[in-house]
Design a protein around this ligand. Sequence first.
Ligand code: SAH
Length: 382
Amino acid sequence: MEMEEERTEKRTISLIEKLEAQHSLTLAEYEALVGYMVERPVPDSAERFLECKASTGRRTDRAAALLAEKAVAARQQVYGKDVYIRGLIEISNICKNDCYYCGIRRSNRSCERYRLSEQEILECCATGYALGFRTFVLQGGEDAHFSDEVVCRLIGQIKKNHPDCAVTLSLGERSRESYQRMYDAGADRYLLRHETADKAHYEKLHPPQMSFDNRMRCLRDLKEIGYQVGCGFMVGSPYQTVQTISEDLKFIEEFRPDMCGIGPFVPHQATPFAKESAGTVELTCYLLSIIRLIHPNVLLPSTTALGTIDPQGREKGILSGANVVMPNLSPVSVRKKYELYDNKICTGEESAQCRHCLEQRMESIGYHVVTARGDVKEWRDS
Ligand code: SAH
């Protein structure tokens, strides 16, 4: 038994070294690497959708520490101790979709809906600018009010007021033409998590009206148009397995996103997944480290969801290889309403408080929040 364990540990260490050197593993190797951190090893087909939980064994702690050390070194080479900040503006919680995991899904009658006016959004940007933000992320549900015309006008106004800032959009699935128009209007980046790279898993997280193929089509279109693109997924989402996570990693490796958003799944009480358990800090951090080693230059946020399941979550994310934080710039009056999951943090503070709180958190671990657009950096293997 002991010898068996030793062999698995050795194999894991050699996989970590291979990933560090080659930035690529086979699907089977990703399965072995992820499986090491998860209590239930690679499930057979009958158990395909048994839930993944991070193991808390000491052995796995050692692998996680080694992985984090290598990820931090890779990040250090490209970005040093700089942490980029993005001002997140939650422009609407009105959504036509009905994703089973999401608190602002259409069927949630208890969600109090809101939509920010163009004036309010511009005021959030002005407040953010004064606080040192040089990227504004406009995120929202799929709200028909935000037509191409409205969004393009908004982008134009933000760019006119703050020409040195980047505009990132996170407005869900749209047509290629729509993405093109918004790009032509000046949008720089687009965040659209793929949610899972496994089609059967995707169909367990979304109603039949939504399609895996369309989501993937969107990501390809965004890239071809010229956006800096972010994909990503939730860690510990219902029905996720070692195998689906490995597919996510392979997809991330091949798609080469500029940004990658991963955070724990956190249940929301008014969704079909209310009774499911949340993802873990350990597995999320382990995956952040793996993604950093796959793409040393990727922009990798330490997410609010990670800060929600652990008071030190965002610090732990940075110490695992993340290099971006996204404080909230939405008006305090609406923050509680943009509730994707239960107990979301930072819903009470003013933007300035959020900004300074994160700055202190980063300083406390030896990192510095920087005022820069923070575009993706070129990176060459030495
Ligand atoms: N409508 C936009 C923005 C979605 S909200 C879009 O479709 O891209 C941003 C992300 O929050 C989602 O992509 C999802 O991965 C995450 N999210 C939603 N519900 C969540 C939950 N219950 N726990 C953790 N993350 C969640």
